[in-house]
Design a protein around this ligand. Structure first.
Ligand code: DX5
Ligand code: ZN
Length: 223
């Protein structure tokens, strides 16, 4: 059970300090938005490269951009240890995943709420993680979509059936109120923005969320 706080909810004027406040996390989730794939614009390669140099935890980059085929591997080169791209934006999902792995990072695919997993089940050997979005991508602080839990369970069943070491991430509205539902559905990596950075002590919030997920009895079966 891993926690990946989203720095989208942090103070963008002080990113080095803010990323230093989540040293208890497993990853730092960095949302890259291009103003085209989603109606919001955040940061890109130079900022990811600078963050990789100062972060106490590895970077989990979530690309919400058009043409990830062209850009994804460059985020691995910039220092991201995990690079997630949206299948809706990719021309060639398998080739893009391979380009990320060849650049030395974990490769992950993301599914928007209206995107079904069915078409991607046969690609599990090509990826290290599947991100099931639990909000429409673009903004932090939105309400959790419980109707995505069936998809999480479908991915969990496919991963276990295939016997592959693929992690299942949820992102959007994950909090103390919703993390247990996610874990019970089969998720094992949890992105949380406002639920971590909205607290006085973000590092303590990370520990609490992880304990809650662990206590829920969900996630990957022990092998
Ligand atoms: C939304 C981003 C999320 C966002 C989550 O498009 O992908 O990572 O920061 O924020 P919360 O946890 O506040 O919903
Ligand atoms: Zn995200």
């Amino acid at each position: 059970m891993q926690i990946s706080p989203s720095i989208l909810a942090a103070d963008f004027a002080n990113l080095e300090r803010e990323i230093g406040r989540i040293s208890s996390a497993d990853w730092a989730h960095v949302d890259v938005m291009d103003g085209h794939f989603v109606p919001n614009l955040t940061l890109g390669l130079p900022v990811v490269q600078a963050l990789a140099e100062v972060s106490p935890v590895p970077l989990d980059v979530h690309l919400m951009i058009e043409d990830p085929d062209r850009w994804a591997a460059q985020y691995a080169d910039a220092g991201a240890r995990s690079v997630t791209f949206h299948v809706e934006a990719a021309a060639d999902v398998v080739a893009t995943a391979r380009s990320i792995r060849e650049a030395g990072a974990r490769a992950a695919i993301a599914l928007k709420p209206d995107t079904s997993f069915a078409g991607y089940a046969d690609m599990l050997a090509e990826v290290d993680m599947v991100l099931v979005m639990t909000v429409e991508p673009g903004f932090g602080g939105q309400s959790f979509m419980a109707d995505q839990m069936d998809k999480v369970t479908q991915v969990r069943e496919a991963v276990d059936r295939a016997g592959v070491p693929v992690w299942i991430q949820v992102d959007g509205g994950v909090s103390a109120d919703t993390i247990e539902t996610c874990a019970q559905a089969g998720a094992d990596v949890f992105v949380a923005g406002s639920a971590v950075y909205g607290q006085q002590d973000p590092a303590a919030a990370v520990e609490r969320l992880r304990s809650q997920a662990q206590a829920s009895g969900g996630g990957a079966p022990a092998r």
